[in-house]
Design a protein around this ligand. Structure first.
Ligand SMILES: *Cc1c(COP(=O)(O)O)cnc(C)c1O
Length: 386
């Protein structure tokens, strides 16, 4: 009975063109990869600085494993917290311009642990409608009242804050929206947080390492500093390794260490990873050349794409979505690109709102100008043919 129903549910995913599949990649994360026996040029990864396969990081990881072994052995609050974790947290805090940072195993865990630690029943969360799923899940776990405001709209947020009588208020936003590539109006959000005595949690998964002076992220780029800001950076995207951190006022971070269940009830990440992350921070800090090259590729894509029906969204970040609309059409275009050796993911609901299926092009510093031209010309031609 139950299994029959599940089979029918799976079949329905097929009829709605919503079934997801995975490709197995046989080579390291890079623009040129071998997938299912084919050589492909990929525009899929969030490895924005091209560090995921950087030899210096692999060497740091190897040296870390030689020194520390592979496992941490326990959760951080028991015995799985090592000196190199302290060193990493101090570096991350200084880098983000905050008093203290707490290192989590993943960004998903940082978000789902931090939100319920800050707010609960009787409190209220004000979330941008396009926030990442991990922020939505964290909000649901907290049991606080969830208000979702219109995307990127401080006036809508202001109305919701003014109407709320909640004890504690938490504003939550992506810094760069992961499926749109646009940047949140952080200064306006912080002004509202101050006016309504709210926290402002900024998930900078896509801006850390990419935006701001020295890659310090979207909050640094906006020139904002406040004890109200709870800054989340993830370390599996531009940093090229894995993990995440939450940074802010020392008391806030201490509270998270006491209360964030995804920090407390999980085995500490391998200390060798922290060694690789320290090496990654060195490269991020000295990464202006990579960031300039990446910005040049974004400009090149905008210059080379000439689309009529499909729409390149107005993004200045490495996330460059081409809006197609229909799920099946987006899939068909992705398949046509695949057939010419170009790997671009089609993103469909529920990851994005109904009717806004898109190609999500992501550019990295490891791409070259010819890679971007090849993609742009293929898209221009495909649109004309369809
Ligand atoms: C990727 C992502 C996360 C999750 O981070 P992981 O380290 O991959 O778990 C959280 N928030 C946003 C906006 C993301 O894009």
């Amino acid at each position: 009975m139950l299994l029959d129903r599940l089979k029918a549910d799976l079949a329905e995913l097929d009829t709605r063109a919503l079934r997801r599949t995975r490709r197995s990649v046989a080579t390291p994360c890079a623009p040129h990869v071998r997938v299912d026996g084919r050589d492909m040029l990929a525009f899929c990864s969030n490895d924005y600085l091209g560090l995921a396969a950087e030899p210096a990081l692999a060497h740091a990881l190897q040296a870390g494993a030689t020194h520390w072994g592979t496992g941490s052995g326990a959760s951080h609050l028991v015995s799985g917290h090592y000196a190199v974790h302290d060193e990493l947290e101090a570096r991350l805090a200084a880098f983000a311009g905050c008093e203290r940072a707490l290192y989590f195993s993943t960004g998903y865990m940082a978000n789902t642990g931090t939100i319920p630690a800050l707010v609960g029943r009787g409190d209220a969360i004000f979330a941008d409608r396009l926030n990442h799923a991990s922020l939505v899940d964290g909000a649901l776990l907290s049991r606080a009242e969830l208000h979702r405001y219109a995307h990127g709209d401080p006036a809508a947020l202001e109305r919701a804050l003014a109407a709320s009588s909640a004890k504690r208020k938490l504003i939550v936003t992506d810094a760069i929206f992961s499926m749109d590539g646009d940047v949140a109006p952080l200064a306006a959000l912080l002004a509202l947080a101050e006016r309504f005595d709210a926290w402002l949690m900024v998930d900078d998964a896509h801006g850390f390492g990419v935006l701001g002076p020295g890659g310090r992220g979207a909050v640094a780029e906006a020139g904002l500093a406040s004890w109200r800001v709870i800054y989340v950076g993830t370390l599996g995207k531009a940093a090229g390794v894995s993990g995440a951190f939450v940074a802010g006022h020392a008391d806030v971070v201490e509270w998270l260490m006491q209360k964030a269940r995804t920090y407390i009830f999980t085995t500490g990440a391998p200390p060798a990873l922290a060694e690789a992350l320290l090496a990654s921070l060195d490269l991020i800090e000295r990464g202006d050349e990579r960031r300039e090259h990446l910005a040049g590729l974004v400009a090149l894509l905008h210059g080379e794409l000439a689309l009529a029906r499909w729409q390149l969204l107005p993004s200045r970040t490495p996330i460059q979505p081409v809006l197609i609309g229909d799920n099946a059409e987006a899939l068909a275009v992705a398949r046509a690109l695949w057939d010419e050796g170009l790997w671009v993911p089609a993103i469909r609901p529920p990851t994005v709102p109904q009717g806004t299926a898109r190609l999500r092009i992501s550019l990295t510093a490891a791409h070259c100008a010819d890679d971007v031209r090849r993609l742009a010309h293929a898209l221009n031609r495909l649109e004309a043919q369809r």
